[in-house]
Each structure stands twice: as structure tokens, then as C-alpha cells.
Design a protein around this ligand. Structure first.
Ligand code: ZN
Length: 311
């Protein structure tokens, strides 16, 4: 039983329209599902990914309109890293982000920046045999596009406290002796997780521009066994929750970071034609009866690809 790397990373935005513009218009990801937070259906849950909406490329946002900006601290993920193929890709992104007035820092095969609400992002040239997970965009050549997640980095003052759960239960492998960095790799994909010492600026503050949780990918038939394993390790885990496009369990790893284990399927095309993912508001069947109340309170959002045919 092995986890197939990162499934998705869920973050918070206070500005859904600006969020769609940045993640689709600038970063070139595809909006693959426009739905609501199943724990609070008055707010959006927006999913961006590659063309197919694959686990491994899926960054998602809960929208809390006007939410104040947060700040990552101990027990929170502070940086989400996407793979790119080459230094030429970093050249391209350095220039494209500058055109979008996003400051960047380039160092050793990495390009660091923040989204418009301060979420830490990074592009890294990573040698990997994992299939690239790429979205189409008219201004971004496919060979330069984002290829899915490489890793997430979190803050922890006591990374060794997490070692037993990560290595003993979840099958994370230490990247190098003496470092607080791990790889978790299944039959198809891998992903990485690392800790950095927390900033001196104090405790984290959840809010816009922060990561809510990171989900690791489980094979469909192993979810129940993961729940048993996590509980046996002493973590307080939710039960298995049916999120319609996947099934989820949630628990905090010892540093405080909220983990999810999400199944690889059934996936986003279960209720939408894959040609039209993300174009309209989709509610899971259990929420469809709320549509008349939900739609009027959500911020109207454009279909990011509507202009493509005209341009
Ligand atoms: Zn999630």
C-alpha cells in the first residue's frame, strides 16, 4: 500500500475573480471544476489542474469573499512547488510573471514568487520520469508549461515529531539523512514534503493566501486501510467522507499540518463532459437542491476559455 504522491493542495482566496485570472490567465492552469465548499456551500471551491483534472496537478481554493490575508507559520504549508521541464521554462516564466507584475526570485533551478494574495509558489526544474500533467493555454508552449506538483514545504519547529507518522505509517522515505525532507512514491507518481524552521515573525494566521490542507493520493481500494493505519498510529482522523469526485479522510500530522488522503477517482469527468470542465457551476447531487439559494450569493465568474475562440 503506497501513496501516489500529492493529490491536491487546497488554499484560501478572498478574491475568486482575481484567483481565476491568476491561476488560469497567468499560470495557464485549467479551471476543471467550479463548485462550492461542501462544508460551507455558500462559498466557492475552485479546482485548477492540467487538461484532464488529474490528481497530482490540482490546486484548489475555498473563496471567502474579502477574507483578510493570512500568513504561514508553524504547522502550515508555506510553499507549493510545481515541476517544469527546463531552465528555458524558468526563463519563460521569469519573463511572463514580470509582464504580470509578479516579482520573482531565481536561484539554482528554482523560481520563487507569490500569488496576488501572498501564497508562496515555486517552479522547479525537476528530473522525473513521472508523466507531465499539462494544461493547454494559447500563450504557453506545452514544453514550458507547469507539469504538476513536485512538493509542498511546511514550517515546523520540531520536524522529528512527525517522522514516525510520515515514515512508519504513511510510507514517506527520507530524502537525505539528517534533513527534514521526504519523498512519497507509488506505482505511478511521487511527491515530496519538507519542513523549514518557522519564521521569527510569530504564529501563522489562516486567511487569504494560505494553504488549508494538502491531500495525498490513495488507490481506490486502499482508502479504508489507510484510515485504519492512521488511526492505529494515534492520529485523530475523520471517517471516510464522500466528496463525490473522490473520497477523503482528514487528520493533522504531528507538526499541525492538515493532511488529507484522497482517492485517485472517480474524478472530475464523472459529472461533466471533459471538453467542458469548469465552465458552469457544478453541485454534487447531495447539494443540487440548494442551487437556487447558492447561485445568487456566489461571485459571478467568467469562463476563462470563453475568449479563446475569438482571439
Ligand atoms: Zn482536500
Amino acid at each position: 500500500m503506497r501513496l501516489e504522491g500529492i493529490h491536491h493542495v487546497t488554499c484560501i482566496t478572498g478574491d475568486a475573480a482575481g484567483n481565476v485570472e491568476f491561476y488560469t490567465g497567468v499560470l495557464g492552469l485549467r479551471l476543471v471544476k467550479k463548485t462550492v465548499n461542501q462544508d460551507d456551500p455558500t462559498v466557492y471551491h475552485l479546482f485548477y489542474a492540467d487538461e484532464e483534472g488529474s490528481p497530482g496537478a490540482d490546486i484548489t481554493f475555498f473563496e471567502y469573499p474579502g477574507a483578510r490575508r493570512g500568513r504561514a507559520g508553524a504547522g502550515m504549508v508555506h510553499t507549493v512547488t510545481f515541476r517544469v521541464a527546463s531552465e528555458e521554462a524558468l526563463d519563460f516564466w521569469e519573463s511572463r510573471l514580470a509582464d504580470a507584475h509578479i516579482p520573482t526570485q531565481r536561484e539554482g533551478g528554482r523560481l520563487r514568487f507569490a500569488d496576488p494574495e501572498g501564497l508562496g509558489l515555486e517552479l522547479a526544474v525537476v528530473e522525473s520520469a513521472d508523466a507531465p500533467l499539462v494544461a493547454r493555454h494559447p500563450d504557453i508552449p506545452a514544453e514550458l508549461a507547469l507539469q504538476g506538483f513536485d512538493s509542498v514545504r511546511a514550517f515546523s519547529a520540531a520536524p522529528d515529531a512527525s517522522r514516525e507518522l510520515l515514515e512508519g505509517t504513511l510510507g514517506f522515505k527520507p530524502a537525505d539523512a539528517g534533513t527534514a525532507a521526504w519523498e512519497v512514491r507509488g506505482a505511478v507518481r511521487g511527491g515530496r514534503y519538507a519542513f523549514d524552521p518557522p519564521p521569527a515573525s510569530g504564529a501563522g494566521v489562516p486567511g487569504a493566501g494560505t494553504v488549508h490542507h494538502v491531500a495525498w493520493a490513495s488507490n481506490m481500494d486502499e482508502q479504508a486501510a489507510w484510515l485504519d493505519a492512521v488511526r492505529a498510529a494515534g492520529a485523530h482522523a475523520s471517517g471516510i467522507i464522500d466528496r463525490f469526485w473522490f473520497r477523503s479522510i482528514y487528520f493533522r500530522e504531528p507538526s499541525g499540518v492538515l493532511f488529507e488522503i484522497a482517492t485517485l477517482g472517480p474524478g472530475f469527468s464523472i459529472d461533466e463532459d471533459s471538453e467542458h470542465l469548469g465552465e458552469s457551476l457544478i453541485l454534487p447531487p447531495a447539494f443540487e437542491h440548494l442551487r437556487d439559494r447558492i447561485e445568487p450569493v456566489l461571485t459571478p465568474l467568467p469562463d476563462p476559455r470563453a475568449a479563446w475562440a475569438r482571439s
